[in-house]
Design a protein around this ligand. Structure first.
Ligand SMILES: NC(=O)c1ccc[n+]([C@@H]2O[C@H](COP(=O)([O-])OP(=O)(O)OC[C@H]3O[C@@H](n4cnc5c(N)ncnc54)[C@H](OP(=O)(O)O)[C@@H]3O)[C@@H](O)[C@H]2O)c1
Length: 375
């Protein structure tokens, strides 16, 4: 507050509250905006473009499967909302979700967390084609819903179903468009052309910005491309699971598609925190997975230990090193990193705070090439 010469004491006090509050308010706004900008710019992330589309994304995205609870032994809503908000505040603007993640719950949490944020400030990648409401399509597996009710899941992507699933997702996500709409798993009962025609219709209607696929083999990608310009294939990829380097990565590079790798931490294993004998919570499906056999946990952890000096050189954790390495692999334009809570998010966003040399990238590859897992 500035003193104004020539004003009497009475006038000063009369004017003071207004000026005082104005000045305080201005200061508060400046501080808030500094804080906001500081958090927002905590990691300046160079954005990437999905294939030939106009959709730009952050090189790491928030993977919203675990927050839906299903197959991850449950999840706590408040922690999930904090994780989503912390992720956005830290500069990760891209979120990957799906209707099946918690039978609508993950999408609802995303919609709730993003309420009040301008829609063009974040990108939603979601999916369709996993049907738990009818018995249409190709039976996939038996499961239990969030209330423990036995539920059958079918892979189904008939035209009318895709159109109506999109409406459900838009409602849960509280938005009027989806940035990337991806088939979750191929459905053998519906021609790929029919499914892709449905997505082309949604694009024409402005409800979807770009089409993607998940878990598609190279031949299925080629088939989909005959009907609609798909821009991405979302597939499993991690340092210990690099099968797609044989065919899908070369195809993506040749056809200008993005690979959206999922489970880059091999569902938590590559954090190094899982030890042999680990007891998973009820409903957590990781224990049945080959990677989580005690012998494989021990072998992977031994391999990770050889990478620790490199991580320490960059003042990074093993988790951050693995995420960073994944973002540097060819065609991997948007690495989906799952997180359950705010702490994991804040650890993971620091993964892009350092640059690995080509030599370091190759050294990591060599370390994992020496790893043999048991079946
Ligand atoms: N299209 C598909 O078919 C498909 C399939 C799978 C996944 N996805 C997508 O990909 C995303 C990521 O994959 P994902 O969730 O399977 O696996 P992930 O990213 O490899 O692993 C995520 C899990 O690792 C643990 N974790 C993460 N950060 C950590 C940290 N800093 N410290 C300690 N633990 C940490 C957490 O599990 P705990 O806390 O339980 O240990 C977390 O839920 C999914 O959320 C989903 O969006 C898609």
């Amino acid at each position: 507050m500035r003193h104004v010469p020539g004003q009497g004491r009475q006038a000063f006090f009369a004017i003071r509250p207004t000026r005082y509050y104005k000045e305080t308010l201005r200061l508060r706004c400046v501080l808030a905006s500094l804080r906001f900008n500081f958090i927002k710019n905590a990691i300046p992330m160079k954005r990437k473009t999905l294939g030939t589309s106009t959709v730009t994304v952050t090189p790491i995205a928030f993977g919203a499967w675990a927050i839906g609870g299903w197959m991850w032994g449950g999840a706590e809503d408040a922690a999930a909302l904090r994780a989503l908000k912390a992720s956005f505040d830290a500069g990760i603007t891209t979120i990957d979700t799906a209707p099946i993640y918690g039978f609508g719950k993950s999408e609802e949490l995303v919609g709730k967390a993003m309420t009040g944020i301008a829609r063009d400030k974040y990108e939603i990648l979601t999916k369709y084609g996993m049907n738990w409401k009818t018995n249409q399509g190709e039976f996939y597996f038996d499961t239990a819903d969030n209330n423990g009710k036995p539920t059958k899941v079918y892979k189904y992507s008939g035209k009318a179903a895709v159109i109506s699933e999109c409406e459900d997702s838009l409602r849960r996500l509280k938005t009027d468009y989806i940035d990337l709409y991806q088939i979750h798993w191929a459905d053998a009962t519906t021609p790929i052309s029919e499914t892709m025609e449905a997505v082309a219709t949604l694009i024409r209607q402005g409800k979807v910005r770009a089409a993607g696929v998940c878990n598609y083999a190279a031949a299925q990608v080629d088939e989909a491309l005959k009907t609609v310009q798909i821009v991405s294939n979302q597939v499993p990829y991690s340092l210990v699971n690099r099968g797609i380097e044989k065919d899908l990565v070369p195809q993506a590079l040749q056809k200008k598609l993005s690979i959206i790798p999922y489970s880059p931490l091999q569902r938590g294993l590559l954090t190094g925190k899982i030890k042999p004998g680990h007891v998973f919570g009820p409903g957590d499906t990781r224990e049945n997975n080959k990677f989580y056999k005690d012998e494989n946990i021990a072998r992977v952890n031994a391999m990770l230990e050889t990478l620790r000096p490199l991580a320490e050189k960059h003042k990074a954790t093993l988790t951050q090193l693995i995420i960073n390495w994944t973002t540097r692999q060819p065609a991997m334009d948007c690495v989906l990193v799952g997180a359950r809570d705010e702490k994991q998010v804040m650890d993971n966003v620091k993964a892009l705070d350092f640059v690995l040399s080509d030599e370091a990238l190759e050294g990591i590859r060599k370390a994992v090439n020496a790893l043999v897992l048991v079946d």
